[in-house]
Design a protein around this ligand. Structure first.
Ligand SMILES: [Zn+2]
Length: 277
């Protein structure tokens, strides 16, 4: 995976819930999951949410625009080969003849699938002859090389993926449930729900922390391989770095955002369990 960015569109708002009108909800449409989700706040927790999540959301947006602009700019800088050919050359040079490269639908859908042992490249990267294309292709091959060499952080990451996915889904459900329970005044159940949510978000944070060195390492392998096999020259390398550094920033921003969510829900949990006693 090179680009993971959870975009959510704010689609509607405010249902005054609870008699006191101090709680309200926001409806979001999440592009990634294609689902509408509801977040409920009361005025004091919304303030806390803004303070904790505001900088994280801002950083996420900045990273998103940065990677878009770097990708677009470096798509204009020509490379001697297509993303596919660069990937094939690096794979073969590392003895990974049996790892296929497939075009994949969607923009920035590039990833290495460790289960199927396939490198999948988006159309623009697969067919494109640009610094963006060869850089991203080489990055995904970097993951294939990590896999073939038994690179330890990747092994840990692959184990953590299902745990984090489950934890993340569970957390989103139980914290909404917790909010409803709070509005209904059932603080004991709300605190249990929030505790489950905190554990779920913690699993996501652990995954993202393990993922960071995996991503940085794949990019540094990519640059080495592109140079060694003469796909880019020393003077072209900064162009590739521009794209890969911007992409890495989306991971850093995502990790920061997850940590802040974890802090937010841990504080919510502390507040609710305090109220319960
Ligand atoms: Zn990656």
């Amino acid at each position: 995976m090179l680009i993971v960015y959870q975009e959510a569109f704010f689609v509607g708002f405010i249902l005054a819930v609870g008699g006191n009108f101090r709680s309200f909800g926001f409806l979001f449409f999440e592009k990634k999951t294609q689902r509408v989700s509801l977040m409920i706040y009361n005025t004091s927790s919304l303030m806390m949410y803004m303070i904790l999540m505001g900088p994280a959301i801002l950083l996420g947006m900045l990273a998103h625009f940065w990677v878009q602009s770097a990708y677009n700019k470096m798509s204009q800088v020509p490379a001697g080969t297509s993303g596919h050919d660069a990937a094939r050359r690096i794979l073969d040079a590392n003895g990974l003849y049996d790892i296929p490269i497939e075009p994949s639908p969607g923009v920035m859908s590039d990833h290495y699938d460790p289960t199927a042992k396939v490198v999948r490249l988006s159309q623009d990267v697969y067919y494109g002859h640009s610094m963006s294309a060869v850089g991203i292709a080489a990055h995904e091959v970097g993951h294939a090389i990590q896999d073939a060499r038994g690179y330890a952080p990747l092994v840990v990451r692959n184990i953590a993926v299902p745990v984090a996915n489950f934890g993340g889904s569970l957390a989103s459900i139980v914290v909404s449930l917790g909010a409803f329970l709070m509005i209904g005044g059932m603080f004991k159940f709300a605190s249990w729900a929030l505790l489950l949510g905190v554990i779920g978000f913690a699993a996501v944070v652990v995954f993202q922390l393990v993922n960071l060195p995996v991503e940085f390492n794949a990019s540094s392998r990519a640059k080495d391989q592109l140079l060694v096999h003469g796909i880019v020259s020393n003077s072209e390398l900064p162009y590739v770095s521009t794209v890969l550094t911007a992409a890495a920033m989306t991971y850093v921003a995502g990790t920061f955002s997850s940590i802040m969510s974890l802090v937010y829900y841990a504080m919510q949990y502390a507040m609710v369990s305090d109220r319960e006693n």
